[in-house]
Design a protein. Structure first.
Lengths: 296, 192, 204
């Protein structure tokens, strides 16, 4: 055995030993692995994993960590996506050791557009709303219309948004909506708004007359800013938002504006699923006028 | 000092790890699909490169060279890097959970990353002094991160474009890398 | 359970490490500037992969599961050091041309990957076949890339000093970009697309 061989083996052994000892020492010196990390990983298994932020925590893992430290978190800031899944809620409740009650009023999303605006040009670019709004002010006549490419539907963790293919508009299903607000952030035209789940009506239009766009008209059911709704309100159910030049329904008071719905000449004040039964009005949930789509 | 700066910028831009030395290609094409993970991977690589250079350089010059065992460097370096990554991962996991969630998962991938082993070899082959090898490591790590971030931005856009079917995924990514490399050629005269 | 023949042919076409698995691209792109380099790299690669597979496969029942990867790495690192020294001793020119990419074989994903995915779970005979197949697959891939790059990048083909072929008109004004890293990216991007177009299945 030559010196070189012994030297090589010795060096390798020495370095190996030092590395091993270093790992061992560091292992001992470091604070113990945060126990809540283990528990958090376990809790995370019961969560939907959509990272929607509806609970108020930055993601499902952060929620799991908070819940691992204080299990009351699941009641104080419940996971609204999980609330839709009764089985899942029960399983999490079993793991944590108490029943989780998830009934809550919360908020729901509405799209301020009925999609009646005609298409004025053939668009063949990237099929996302974010891209389409940047090309010539959008391919629909109304500069505030929903373009219907479904950026909002793609980001919805509860699959509550569908795209009406005929009108090319997004529609929110209040049954499934959990009010997380991800669609609100995604819409490039800020057409989606979160309103209280017991709000009886909303405006199906977002044409801001205060910001008219040359040569671009609103659709045949767009708000014409006539203020008949305000005049029809006996108890101030509807007031006027001067900044937007659109009617305003106070989310604090949540009054039923049956008279306004009836009087609106465009029938553009739409009922939500929370509208009380038995009150007769003209407007249905969505106008059904047929529109010819001009394909360029 | 200006020499250190020259080495730093040289490693980051002129002799970029990925674009001109072909090191670290696997994570370059694997992790560059979205911006956030690309940035996290880049930072993790920078960290490991820095620590690895700081440890292997003295090891080489103090332990290997005096005993004529320079040829042992491959085995010794890889052992050291593997252990270092293990220690770094443990430390981050136990002390800073947020950081661990952000980049801890990329650390095991870096053990067999040619970029890290490559920079340690470059330090030796270019006969750098200790400060120079640290500057080189930092520059290389930053250059790697830069290219990775740019690449992920481009790839996110490419996903939406109408690429011919045969080119989708890896092929178009490589061709993009070519253009990126061409652009970086412009830095050629920068460091004299 | 694959037959020996299947293990062999796997690496050549169906699971070609370079074009299908997209592993070990660093050496392929880095040294493929000339045919000599390609041959040298393939030879080194074959040596390391074959012996690594044999050793790992023979010892697979004795290596504890938790220290699996470090053990593989040490075995591969030793083999790589061997190959590096042999090249430096016998073909110093080639060794200088290949530079640090020979020692970098130790972190080549193909070798570690085959040791981990195949050799540690299969018998020695299969592992040998797999190693040969993978090496041939890697070999012809790097050969093609080098062929294209050298032909277009310098206008002529030379093989260990033997002048083979000259493209008329290209030798005076070669497309030097192909010798640069960017040319390598381009060549492999186009080749990958070609493969995909020809319909060879892939795992991406």
């Amino acid at each position: 055995m030559s010196v070189q061989t012994i030297l090589a083996v010795a060096l390798l052994t020495l370095v190996g030993l030092i590395a091993g000892i270093a790992i061992f020492v560091v292992n001992r010196l470091l604070p113990k692995e945060d126990e809540s990390l283990q528990k958090a990983s376990e809790i995370k298994e019961y969560l939907p994993g959509a990272d929607c932020g509806a609970c108020g925590h930055p993601g499902c893992f952060a929620y799991a960590q908070a819940a691992a430290k204080d299990s009351e978190v699941v009641v104080k800031t419940p996971c609204r996506l999980l609330a839709k899944d009764k089985e899942g809620t029960k399983r999490l409740g079993e793991y944590l050791g108490f029943d989780i009650d998830t009934t809550q009023i919360g908020q729901k999303a509405v799209v301020h557009c009925t999609g009646d605006s005609p298409v004025i040009g053939a668009y063949s670019g990237i099929t996302t709303c974010g891209a389409a709004v940047q090309v010539g002010g959008g391919f629909k006549e109304c500069p505030y219309a929903c373009l219907g490419f479904g950026d909002c539907a793609a980001v919805c963790p509860a699959d509550a948004i569908t795209i009406d293919a005929v009108r090319q508009v997004a529609v929110v299903d209040w049954e499934k909506c959990i009010g997380c607000g991800m669609c609100v952030k995604t819409c490039p035209r800020s057409l989606i708004e979160l309103i209280p789940a017991d709000m009886p009506q909303y405006l199906g239009c977002n044409y801001l007359a205060a910001k008219d766009v040359a040569q671009r008209k609103k659709c045949s059911v767009g708000c014409i800013h006539c203020r008949l709704c305000v005049k029809a309100s006996e108890h101030d159910e509807v007031t006027w938002n001067d900044e937007k030049d659109l009617p305003f329904f106070d989310p604090e008071k949540k009054m039923v504006a049956a008279a306004a719905i009836e009087k609106c000449p465009r029938s553009i004040i739409l009922k939500t699923p929370a509208f009380p039964e038995g009150i007769d009005t003209v407007a249905e949930a969505a106008p059904t006028q047929e529109k010819e789509q001009a394909t360029g | 000092m200006s020499e250190l700066a020259a080495i730093f910028f040289g490693m980051a831009l002129v002799n970029n790890m990925v674009l001109s030395k072909f090191l670290g290609l696997c994570p370059f094409f694997g992790v560059s699909k979205n911006l956030k993970s690309a940035f996290s991977m880049g930072v993790a690589v920078l960290l490991v490169m820095f620590v690895a250079s700081a440890v292997t350089w003295p090891l080489f010059h103090v332990l290997l060279v005096p005993y004529g065992a320079g040829y042992m460097r491959t085995v010794i370096f890889i052992l050291v890097i593997a252990s270092l990554v293990q220690i770094i991962e443990m430390t981050i996991k136990r002390t800073n959970l947020t950081l661990y969630n952000a980049l801890g998962i990329y650390l095991p991938l870096i053990t067999t990353n040619c970029a890290v082993l490559g920079i340690t070899f470059i330090n030796i082959d270019s006969a750098y002094t200790f400060p120079q090898s640290i500057a080189a490591a930092l520059g290389a790590g930053l250059g790697f991160t830069l290219v990775l971030v740019i690449m992920s931005g481009i790839r996110e856009r490419l996903d939406l474009a109408d690429t011919p079917k045969a080119f989708r995924g890896a092929p178009i990514a490589f061709i993009t890398a070519m253009f990126l490399g061409l652009a970086f050629l412009a830095f050629g005269g920068m460091v004299g | 359970m694959q037959s020996v023949k299947e293990s062999f042919t796997n690496g050549i076409m169906r699971a070609n490490p370079t074009f299908i698995l997209l592993l070990g691209l660093c050496p392929t792109l880095a040294v493929s500037t000339s045919l000599d380099n390609a041959v040298g790299m393939t030879a080194a690669f074959l040596f390391v992969l074959l012996l690594a597979n044999i050793i790992v496969s023979s010892l697979r029942r004795f290596i504890p599961d938790r220290v699996r990867i470090p053990t593989f790495i040490v075995i591969i690192a030793t083999l790589v050091t061997l190959v590096d020294l042999m090249l430096q001793g016998f073909v110093p020119e080639l060794s200088k041309s290949l530079g640090m990419y020979i020692p970098l074989i130790v972190v080549n994903c193909i070798i570690l990957g085959r040791a981990e995915a195949f050799a540690s779970k299969n018998r020695v005979v299969h592992s040998i076949a797999d190693a040969l197949g993978m090496a041939i697959g890697f070999g012809w891939a790097i050969f093609i890339v080098s062929l294209i790059r050298q032909l277009l990048g310098s206008g002529s083909l030379e093989f260990f000093g033997v002048h083979l072929f000259t493209v008329p008109g290209l030798e005076e004004n070669p497309a030097a970009i192909f010798l640069l890293p960017m040319g390598a990216f381009f060549v492999i991007g186009v080749l990958l697309a070609l493969f995909r177009w020809m319909g060879v299945s892939e795992s991406e």
